[in-house]
Design a protein around this ligand. Structure first.
Ligand code: ATP
Length: 258
């Protein structure tokens, strides 16, 4: 199958099992949001899929066991956007985005026409054209976050793994980035994004996986997964339900002690 398949994936950090027995089938054309309280293993799971942390179990993409792929081949298939991604030196924005093309690199490091096109497309999709020649270090936190996402898009992988891609963004930019990630799914890609904003997750994702204590406790379309009961039990939240674009969307209104 052309999708992403996880079978019994587990991650141990030190002595602690932070991800346990996670199995998932994510077909091509899916925007999947992983949600859950702090510290339940969301980042660890994403890093396991990206091959950045040692894990048990099997992870396949398009039938290929990712553990058997060399790092560059894997990087051409999956792009990972870490939490608080940064470029620490004063690279111009265009060059920072072009770093996303490294996995496609010609051995002599010469950018190809395809590289230039991919970079231009990514700059355009994140509305960064006006910043292209500015050093990344001279941008605001939210602007830099968009550059990091543009770098991931420029790689043009089938899979995008994004850890809190909207955390640093103003509300309008958050909507822009989520529309973009949804578009990646609609175009046949796979997006797996860790999101803390349940309202946005319910509004944009095709499917929501809820994690608690290292395990998946719910998985399905947002309206079926984010029930009052689950929001109370897992998130200790009371939510109002509103409807946006025909979707049932929770809005947190209070904490449930305990
Ligand atoms: N290097 C480490 N060694 C041991 N335990 C760790 C290490 N890094 C993280 N942990 C623990 O692993 C668990 C899972 O962490 P992880 O970052 O995957 O959670 P998360 O769900 O992404 O959290 P958040 O929502 O706060 O980003 C947490 O309990 C954390 O304290």
């Amino acid at each position: 199958m052309s999708g992403l398949v996880l079978e019994n994936v587990g991650v141990r950090l030190g002595r602690k099992a932070v991800v346990e027995a996670v199995s998932l089938v994510v077909p091509a054309g899916t925007f999947l949001a992983i949600v859950g309280p702090n510290g339940v293993g969301k980042t660890s799971l994403l890093k396991a899929i990206a091959g950045l942390t040692r894990s048990d179990g099997v992870i396949r993409l398009g039938g290929t066991d990712l553990a058997r792929l060399p790092a560059e081949a894997r990087a051409r298939r999956l792009a990972y956007l870490p939490q608080r991604a940064e470029v620490a030196w004063a690279l111009p924005v265009r060059d920072a985005v072009a770093l996303g093309r490294l996995p496609h690199g010609d051995p002599f490091g010469r950018p190809t026409a395809a590289d230039a096109q991919a970079v231009a497309r990514a700059l355009d999709r994140l509305d960064l054209g006006a910043f292209a020649d500015r050093p990344v270090t001279a941008l605001s936190g939210g602007e830099r976050a968009r550059v990091m996402l543009a770098r991931v898009l420029a790689t043009e992988t089938q899979v995008i793994l994004a850890d809190e891609p909207t955390a640093a963004l103003d509300p309008a930019q958050q909507l822009g980035v989520l529309e973009l990630l949804r578009a990646v799914g609609v175009a046949g890609g796979i997006v797996v994004a860790v999101l803390h904003d349940l309202t946005l997750a319910a509004r944009f994702a095709d499917r929501i996986v809820v994690m608690d204590a290292g395990r998946i406790v719910a998985d399905g379309p947002p309206a079926t997964v984010l029930t009052d009961r689950l929001l109370a039990d897992v998130f200790r939240l009371r939510c109002a339900i509103t409807e946006i674009d025909g979707r049932r969307v929770p809005v947190p209104v209070g904490r449930i002690p305990g």
